[in-house]
Design a protein around this ligand. Structure first.
Ligand code: ADP
Ligand code: MG
Length: 168
């Protein structure tokens, strides 16, 4: 069930497979607007990159373009309905390194910005970012908690992804 705490909406999802996670991500992607930052939290293999592919797909960016490169921290994807910036800060030591490569500007761009390992640059993230938190459950199951300020498109996202929510 959705609940609101001081203008923040939180939704809980259970994903039973990679395709479920991609479907949840596509539903969120369709609700995103220029300037939105999506912060992704969760351990290695939790599904962050897969989720980014789903968001990209909703924006018209082929999923095979969104990958986990070994050394690239920031990748820009044009050609979709909005410019998409995919950031993976796994290899950065912390917020200071991120600032040196211009992370503040990257996070304040006009498109959609997705940040994997967001906890490593927490203090640089906008306070109104959309947070997606993954945790492992049995086998391929993942619990995904998404919180965001009460965005206009969020209600539509909630309805579109209802089959992955408790009781949905
Ligand atoms: P991260 O970016 O968080 O390290 P990835 O998205 O790269 O994780 O990888 C997730 C891996 O877990 C993939 O190999 C995917 O097939 C597998 N997987 C299994 N079940 C799920 C699920 N329910 N949701 C997302 N990924 C899953
Ligand atoms: Mg990843």
């Amino acid at each position: 069930m959705p609940y609101a705490i001081s203008g923040i909406m939180q939704l809980l999802f259970t994903s039973g497979s990679p395709s479920d996670t991609a479907a949840i991500a596509r539903a969120l992607g369709a609700a995103l607007r220029p300037g939105d930052v999506v912060a992704l939290y969760g351990d290695l293999g939790a599904g962050k990159t897969l989720f980014c592919k789903g968001v990209g797909e909703a924006l018209g960016i082929p999923p095979d373009r969104i990958v986990s490169p070994t050394f690239t921290i920031v990748t820009e994807h044009g050609g979709g309905s909005l410019p998409l910036t995919h950031v993976d800060v796994y290899r950065l030591a912390g917020p200071r390194d991120a600032e040196e490569i211009g992370m503040r500007e990257i996070l304040s761009g006009d498109g959609v910005c997705l940040v994997e390992w967001a906890d490593r640059i927490e203090e640089l993230l906008p306070t109104d970012c959309i947070q997606v938190r993954f945790s492992f459950s049995d086998g391929d199951r993942r619990e995904i908690a998404i919180s965001a300020p009460d965005l206009p498109g969020f209600d539509e996202f909630r309805v579109r992804s209802i089959r992955f929510q408790p009781g949905g």
